[in-house]
Design a protein around this ligand. Sequence first.
Ligand SMILES: [Zn+2]
Length: 280
Amino acid sequence: MQILFLGTRGSIPSPGSDFSQYGGNTTSVIITGNNGTSLVIDAGTGIRQAGRLSNILEKPVMTLLFTHAHWDHLQGFPFFPGIYNKNLTINMLIAEPHLDSIRECLTKQMSGDSFPVHFDQLPAHIELIPIVNKHTIDDDLSIEIFENNHPSGATGVRCNSNDESITFITDNEIKLLKEQKRYDEFVSFCNGSNIIVHDGQYIETDMEIKKGWGHSTINDVAGLFIDTKPEIGIFTHHDPDRVDKEVSALEKQMQKLCKDAGNKTRVIAAREGQTWSTGS
Ligand SMILES: [Zn+2]
């Protein structure tokens, strides 16, 4: 299995030379099963990069999952080339509780007021598919979902292919999951994953004003990797104000936290354009 990062930034794109190493586009990833079935998750501005999606766009059907309706996960959708292809069917997977809000936000975003093309008039055939607990895409790839702690909610996704798993959790506040006594349930959801990707937007001092905003700190994500022991642990949804050298420093800090706890996970800060494979 593998994961390709098309966008690694949280909240808003951050262009410029200070952000070139880890990337400035907002969240979008492609997860691919062992037999080549792909799932695109979220349509931040990273999804605009058609070159990196060429394998997917050549097929008649693709699958796109939205974690939630916040701006940085939808804002690239009007610029995604696949929606203008009349020969493409897009199966849009959405956790059932978020279906109405995501449909409404996609429609509003493309209503003529802020974008000239209307959602209802897109050439591609779009099928909205509500998900409850799990969903099988095909023999190669299936998913299970978790309700994250995030304002208005967000969906965590575990992708399974044969006996392998990649778990992708963006927009989730681990501290509040602990306060709600849901952390053990979350660890069980992630346990056994070969690769875990988790939102690591904040550092502890951010929480003085940003507690309750729905994101996790580097320390809490290190704790998750220590508790779940994936082969590879990746933090993403980098803060838009965090320049490359600061993200690098956080990567080193998280590596040290894991190493000091005797954890063998390979800890990495997500970089736009980079692919990670199970067993690598
Ligand atoms: Zn976000």
